[in-house]
Design a protein around this ligand. Structure first.
Ligand code: NAP
Ligand code: GCO
Length: 283
């Protein structure tokens, strides 16, 4: 068995994290670099790619970054071909890129619905389809999808996002079913409520300086009574990308501070003096 820690190493593995200029994607990439992976990332425009490159340089990480819209199959196929030439065949894909639109369903335009479904569900289809042939040829691969509380629960105003993330849970199971025979594992990370730019609007202080109602609500639904930080997810990201999880397939692993196990308490019971302002991200 050798040294157990070797089970969690990604030495020389090529890891592509989509939409990883900041937020959770940056955290996943940082964790992967720390255990030896070669980092590859894309984002929606050059400004974001440049921002990401600066972040990786600051962290001492040599990353390959390029513009690629995950909803554009031509761009994705070119990105994968360029990576294979410049860095090597992709061993690990994290379908992290995502958007959310918080609009009551009856007010949501079809174009807004389609935008969310395209990025959050069709994007992972396109990117996974692009990397699977190489993984099948090698007889090795890890695909990790960004699921969500909304893969299991609904809530007001996030119909498109919940439909996409619910679909992504089933896409995870289907990739497992079709390609597990080639030693390819497809699992998903299911974060709870994490302090990133995407959830910033739900945590902003009110004009009178009081807590955002949703901030109080989500803390009353979380046994840990706090928002997650990007660092909280790094260990699970490494685990699902490493040999330690080679016999885990088709699973969504929820990392949510206990939300999905807890009925919640009356928000007015919470002692606000215990709460710290949640940083958007520490790294
Ligand atoms: P984020 O801060 O909004 O970052 C998402 C990244 O994806 C951004 O860099 C974004 O670029 C990029 N992106 C958006 N559309 C893209 C496209 N078409 N092609 C390529 N890149 C694109 O989100 P996050 O909070 O880090 O979350 C990352 C993933 O985890 C998302 O899939 C999200 O749904 C999921 N998640 C987040 C939470 C949470 O609480 N934060 C919880 C559960 C699941 P732009 O700046 O242009 O948008
Ligand atoms: C929302 C939030 C959530 C989080 C995350 C929870 O509006 O409810 O944005 O959807 O982003 O997906 O797991």
């Amino acid at each position: 068995m050798g040294n157990m820690l070797d089970q969690f190493k990604l030495t020389d593995k090529v890891a592509w994290i989509t939409g990883a200029s900041y937020g959770l994607g940056l955290a996943y990439a940082t964790a992967y670099a720390d255990v030896g992976a070669k980092i590859v990332f894309n984002d929606i425009n050059q400004e974001l790619v440049d921002r990401g490159m600066k972040e990786y340089e600051k962290l001492g990480i040599k990353a390959y970054g390029a513009v690629c819209d995950v909803t554009n199959e031509e761009q994705v196929n070119k990105f994968v071909a360029d990576v294979e030439k410049e860095v090597g065949s992709i061993d690990i894909l994290v379908n992290n890129a995502g958007i959310i639109k918080r609009i009551p369903m009856v007010e949501m335009k079809l174009s807004e619905w389609n935008a969310v479904i395209n990025v959050d569900l069709t994007g992972p289809f396109i990117c996974s389809k692009a990397v699977l042939p190489g993984m099948i040829k090698k007889g090795y691969g890890k695909i990790i999808n960004a699921c969500s509380m909304m893969s299991e629960f609904g809530r007001e105003t996030v119909s498109a996002y919940a439909a996409a993330k619910g679909g992504l849970k089933m896409l995870t199971r289907n990739i497992c079913s079709e390609y597990g025979q080639y030693n390819i594992q497809c699992n998903a990370i299911g974060p709870g409520y994490i302090a990133t730019p995407q959830t910033q609007p739900l945590r902003e202080k009110q004009a009178d300086g009081s807590m955002h109602p949703f901030d109080r609500f989500i803390r009353s639904k979380t046994p840990a009574q706090r928002w997650g930080h990007t660092e909280d997810l790094m260990g699970l990201a490494v685990f699902l990308a490493s040999p330690a999880s080679d016999f885990i397939n088709g699973q969504v692993v929820y990392i949510d501070g206990g939300i999905s196990a807890y009925i919640g308490q009356d928000p007015s019971n919470l002692d606000e003096s215990k709460f710290k302002d949640e940083d958007v991200q520490k790294i």
